[in-house]
Design a protein around this ligand. Structure first.
Ligand code: INI
Length: 177
């Protein structure tokens, strides 16, 4: 199906991508594959914004800030944390994954975890290999899938946006109130 035909059928989606520069030889491949997959799924390149951050640790703040603009149907986070010899690895992995999950729940916008966490550079290269269904493509597919689910659910009721607004709305819509 052509891009324009796909857009006509599924609607227009906008995506934000946050990609870290640390381990650029890996994250550059993830980004290229992610963009390829979005384009192949009919997403207009003009509807994709890319922001670059120094390392994986900085991803959650920018993902959350992009989500809060209200401009995007989903945010895709791409990075590569490679253990090497340092215990730094564990702290960065923990904070990055926690921060990404928290940003999604706080904003109500799907935020996709496309961050590789590996023991070695070779393992990271393998999972970023453009000749395979790599983590960048996988993240793009997950983002499209989540954007569609959210659009369908939001069409059933006005978007609530955050946990803070969820409770009063639910309470107000209870029968008999
Ligand atoms: N950032 C990464 O994205 N991957 C790594 O493997 C990594 N290691 O190993 O240190 C890394 N460190 C930088 C970190 O993400 C922050 O940019 C830095 O600590 C500044 O806050």
């Amino acid at each position: 199906m052509k891009g324009s035909e796909h857009r006509r059928r599924v609607g227009r989606f906008r995506f934000g991508i946050v990609v870290s520069k640390f381990n650029r030889s890996v994250t550059g491949k993830l980004l290229a594959s992610c963009l390829d997959e979005l384009a192949e799924q009919g997403i207009n390149p003009a509807d994709v914004d890319v922001e670059r951050v120094p390392g994986a640790f900085e991803i959650p703040l920018i993902a959350r800030t992009m989500a809060m603009t209200g401009r995007f149907d989903a945010i895709i986070c791409l990075g590569a944390v490679i253990r090497g010899e340092t215990p730094h690895f564990d702290y960065i992995c923990a904070e990055t994954s926690r921060g990404i999950g928290q940003a999604a729940l706080a904003t109500g916008v799907p935020i996709i975890f496309g961050v590789l966490t590996t023991e070695t550079v070779a393992q990271a290269m393998e999972r970023a290999d453009p000749s395979k269904f790599n983590r960048g493509r996988e993240a793009a597919k997950a983002a499209i899938e989540m954007a569609k689910v959210m659009r369908r659910l939001n069409a059933m009721a006005p978007p609530l946006g955050s946990d803070a607004t969820l409770l009063p709305r639910r309470a107000a819509s209870r029968p008999g109130r």
